[in-house]
Design a protein around this ligand. Sequence first.
Ligand SMILES: [Zn+2]
Length: 436
Amino acid sequence: MSFLNVVEIESALIGLASSYPSVTQLITLPYFTVEGRQSHALRIGTGPCRRSAVLIISGAHAREWGGPDICINFAADLLEAYSLGTALIYGGTAYSAAEIKSIIERLDVIVFPDVNPDGRNYSQNTYPMWRKNRNPASSGGQASKIGVDPNRNYDFLWDFNAAFAPGAQAFGTLASSDPSSDIFHGIAAFSEAETKNVRYLFDQFPQISWFMDIHSFGGDILHSWGDDTNQSGSLSINFTNAAWNGQRGLPADAYGEYIGACDLANVAAAANAMKAAIAGVRGETYAVAQAFFLPSWGSPYPTSGASDDWTYSRFFTDPTKRKVRAYTLEFNTVKTFFPTWAEMQQIILDVDAGLVRFCLGAVPRFSLSYWLCWWRHRLNDAIWHRVFPPELWGPYGPWARIRRAVESILFPIVAPLLRLLGTGARRRSSGGSRRR
Ligand SMILES: [Zn+2]
């Protein structure tokens, strides 16, 4: 065993969908990569009352090899534990069968393990340190200028030259208009098939309310925002306000990105629960932080066009969209993109334990619509069908036969009467209309 290649990832998804057909849906994503690959995602969920969804994506950056492996194992673990009705145990972190059941029956968990298959294929076979996709559109025929960074291509402050302070580019993380850069942001927001496929999932599943983008490395769980320091004081200071163009991306200045105090407490709490679940497996310590202060980087890490910020920002630009708790996870506390497979197997257990906790956090604790739905189905199954069994009350049962018999007697008498009354009513109303 080793890291999955791009063909194995797709066949693993197809295999899981065919092994667990009643609990899964294989989603064929519509946008083909420039090398002609079609990607899939897997939706896991059953039960009639699912009202919320979690989207987990990975593989945006080609060289961050373990992400898709984490996702495939996570999906397989959830499905196996649910179908067997067993607990799920990762080292010292354990989840009961009831907890797994609540995830599968009350949530949709959508996993899109390999966002950038062209890049992964190139990294695994030709040049391991490759990061971007393989789009040659801006290369002018030069191999060194191939590729767009999918995680700078989302529609959040994509035009970094206008939105950010010139000084913010000194951190080397924001984005670049130079095609030879590892953080080239493309020719427009959502210009790339890889990001369009992610957007497609949000469009198809508007109930997505939790989002996780898995990257490496560092051992970090990152929450909103990634463009600037968080602030909860002034709603008008935010990414939609053009008056602040040219000032974003620097710490300790007038601009901070607005996040409500409750939102911030909620996103941090879920990240800390995930951190504890990861630590429980074998003692790995992941850091929880705002994405702008990526701890393993050591200095501010402003970004534009990133998946997590776009995901959270949609609610602010269009209130008909759900508010999504959005995260980026950087797995592996050792600073390498290429852990040994033996080490990667340990990391998979760490992160999958964290992802189960993440999903448990997304299970609605109390939702009126969920409980109404649950009771309706419970009553339907347990009471309604027992008190009013279809064989008694259905169209061929005795009561329907009695009703039909009574109708057949009454109809010849009642129908002419009704016709007479109807004619009388029509005459009166037409008389009324003549008087006008
Ligand atoms: Zn990455």
